[in-house]
Design a protein around this ligand. Structure first.
Ligand code: FAD
Length: 414
């Protein structure tokens, strides 16, 4: 493991920091103390995040990992990490467009036509157009290839019927990337076709889902005779699983931290200020033992991440072992938030950043943390990946292998 920047990385870091010092957008006083989830609930959150992204695009600091021909810098993975580290030191609006920029854009680059690349990538990079991922369905999440939303060819168009769920941001998105079933007589992975859809087309209904935090981060999306032109197809007919794998590979890298929110430093600070049974919480041996346990595990995650960054710096590529970080960090975030709420007592129930910034950030983190253990691969699915691809244990039995999708036993399908 190597903690130091190479001379080139140090020069890149200086350049990034210098631009940020001159250009970084500022949040208002105290806003940094509230969580990203809290920021997202503000009515002007999208506009502020868009404005900051456009400014970064002007300075060539948006999507720096994208190739130069598509508006990026062709930055290496380690340079992208350095940029993220430097940007995180400034109180800028959080990026609300990572699904498009981190996952869908790279898929269009690999599988899209030249016309699709030149039409869509530029506005996606500047966040002039915002994108959502229309993959999961009520009966197809971890087993994504079991999706049932149907697309049938009709002249130069496709007619789509079905339902997606968990679609983050669909209510404010301009475009979505959609996986559909086009050939139910093929085995499930080989009858899927991938499309770009205009979210304002007739035939799309978006229904926000209200979450326990009060926010509506994701939605149900219904398609009723939606017409999608064949020119919006990404990749070959029935071969959309290739594109899906590209998106999912990028998703694992984009969501590798298992969510954002207050960390150990904030928890430590809380335990030095909040009082329990007439004394400051950190004076309690049980609190100190719990803090020590969390600190050790948090350091384990951090050093595992440094180890993969060192490998990246030497030219390696992220492998299935990067799943380990999320397996540990997503539950750890939940445990930290839960412990913070224990320390706060009844005040832990306040989810109002203006009334109680630090408490609200832990409450938000607590309410968002179950989602962090599901999005981008559930705990169990990630454990399967580590078991099969890192430890070389036998694969799970797959009873539907080679069976036509239409013959896989299931409940009634719409
Ligand atoms: C915050 C959030 C945002 C999301 N945003 C999007 C989005 O924008 N677009 C989108 O398309 N999807 C999105 N998703 C959906 C996400 O990809 C799915 O929720 C996830 O893949 C799990 O699928 P599922 O919910 O259908 O659960 P299931 O797959 O039904 O899993 C249910 C339970 O069974 C377990 N399980 C499943 N298979 C196995 C197995 N083989 N071995 C052991 N255990 C197993 C799971 O771990 C889980 O505990 C989002 C989810 C969340 C939480």
């Amino acid at each position: 493991m190597d903690f130091d920047d190479t001379p080139q990385e140090a020069a890149f870091r200086r350049e990034a920091r210098s631009w940020l010092e001159n250009n970084a957008a500022r949040l208002g006083d105290g806003e940094r103390a509230s969580s990203v989830a809290e920021f997202r609930k503000r009515p002007d959150a999208i506009e502020r995040s868009k404005a900051w992204t456009a400014k970064k695009a002007d300075g060539k600091w948006a999507c720096i990992g994208w190739p130069v021909e598509h508006g990026g810098r062709g930055a290496s993975r380690i340079e992208s990490v350095i940029w993220e580290q430097e940007e995180a030191k400034f109180p800028t609006p959080p990026n609300m467009f990572t699904i498009g920029q981190g996952m869908l854009g790279p898929t269009i680059m690999v599988h899209g036509t030249d016309a699709q690349k030149s039409r869509y990538l530029g506005p996606m990079l500047r966040a002039d157009e915002v994108w959502c991922q229309l993959f999961s369905e009520p009966a197809a999440g971890s087993d994504l290839a079991g999706l049932a939303t149907r697309a049938v060819r009709d002249g130069d168009d496709w007619i789509v019927n079905g339902q997606k769920i968990w679609t983050s941001g669909a209510q404010y998105c301009d475009y979505g990337m959609l996986l559909t079933r086009t050939n139910p007589e093929n085995p499930k992975h080989s009858g899927i076709t991938y499309f770009i859809v205009d979210m304002r087309s007739p035939g799309i209904e978006v229904r926000p889902i209200r979450q326990m935090s009060g926010a509506s981060g994701f939605n149900e999306v219904f398609f009723s005779d939606l017409r999608v032109p064949d020119s919006n197809r990404v990749g070959q007919v029935d071969e959309g699983w290739r594109g899906a794998l590209t998106t999912l590979m990028n998703e694992r890298q984009t969501l590798s931290g298992g969510g954002v929110g207050p960390g150990f430093d904030e928890l430590f600070e809380l335990s030095r200020t909040v009082r329990r049974s007439g004394r400051v919480a950190i004076e309690d041996d049980a609190v100190r033992a719990r803090l020590a346990d969390i600190y050790v595990r948090q350091k384990g995650v951090q050093f595992t991440r440094y180890r993969s960054l060192s490998a990246l710096s030497r030219g390696g590529t992220p492998g299935p072992e990067s799943s380990i970080g999320k397996i540990v960090s997503a539950p750890l975030r939940q445990q930290m938030a839960s412990f913070a709420l224990d320390l706060l007592g009844v005040a832990g129930g306040i989810v109002d950043a203006d009334a109680m910034p630090i408490g609200a950030s832990f409450s938000e983190a607590y309410l968002a943390s179950p989602g962090g253990r599901i999005a981008g691969g559930t705990d169990e699915v990630l454990r399967n990946i580590v078991a099969e691809r890192v430890l070389g244990l036998p694969a799970e039995p797959r009873l539907d292998k080679g069976v036509p999708f239409s013959k896989i036993p299931t409940g009634p399908r719409s």
